[in-house]
Design a protein around this ligand. Structure first.
Ligand SMILES: C[S@@+](CC[C@H](N)C(=O)[O-])C[C@H]1O[C@@H](n2cnc3c(N)ncnc32)[C@H](O)[C@@H]1O
Ligand SMILES: [Zn+2]
Length: 209
């Protein structure tokens, strides 16, 4: 995983107060010149420098490396725009954080339909809700032989490359969905997988412990 570079602030330079240089009077006589004392010129009104503006750190978004289009697996999917090396954070799954209690109220599962979810488990209490105001990571499909994995760090979900990914390849990770109810054959079918990989396990559900 690429490590974030730590920015350190450079220590303020100590500027040594310069002592006023004292000029020694020239002793060498060259020519007699009438010394006209310089009249003190009237001081010009010099506008004070505007108070230095507080520097605003420029935070650049990392260059975009993915795009969304129709997927041969399901609906929309996310694809690599450029070659992506192994072991990098590719995209963050950004969405609002809600509790499981809210998710259960808002998105009741309809057992009669094939399942579809935009919820991403953070922990036992919270889930990221990709249904609204979420970024494009929500379109990433599941694969039983994924090229990415998810990593939860300090409450943020990162999608990271498990291997080198070529530009144009679809990104995917193993959803490994765990239901509260038993993973019956009927549930496995409802969550059936169309990833097309050689060892497809046939379902988006993971192994239940
Ligand atoms: C977060 S969405 C991913 C985006 C989805 N392709 C779409 O257009 O809505 C997750 C849903 O996509 C479908 N999906 C994702 N990967 C799949 C796969 N390998 N096989 C079948 N359906 C999949 C499932 O319905 C899943 O609940
Ligand atoms: Zn599969």
């Amino acid at each position: 995983m690429a490590k974030a570079k730590k920015r350190t602030q450079a220590p303020a330079k100590k500027v040594a107060a310069k002592k006023a240089a004292t000029k020694k009077a020239a002793t060498k006589k060259v020519a007699k010149k009438k010394v006209v004392p310089k009249k003190a010129l009237p001081k010009k009104a010099v506008p004070k420098k505007a108070a230095a503006k507080k520097a605003v750190p420029v935070v650049k978004d990392p260059p975009r490396r993915t795009f969304v289009r129709r997927s041969p697996i399901h609906g929309r999917g996310v694809f690599a725009l450029v070659d992506i090396p192994k072991g990098e954070r590719v995209i963050e799954y950004k969405a609002r954080k809600i509790t499981w209690a809210q998710a259960d109220r808002w998105y009741a599962d309809d057992d009669s339909k094939p399942s579809h979810t935009f919820l991403f488990t953070l922990d036992d209490k919270y889930v990221l809700d990709g249904n609204k105001d979420a970024n494009s990571a929500r379109w990433i499909n599941h694969s039983c032989k994924p090229n990415c994995e998810s990593d939860i760090v300090d409450g943020r979900i990162w999608i990271e490359s498990l291997r080198n990914i070529k530009a144009g390849e679809e990104l995917n990770y193993d959803y490994n969905i765990t239901l509260e109810t038993p993973h019956t054959p009927a549930e496995k079918r409802r969550w059936s997988c169309r990833c097309g990989s050689k060892n497809c396990r046939g379902t988006l559900l993971g192994k239940k412990r």
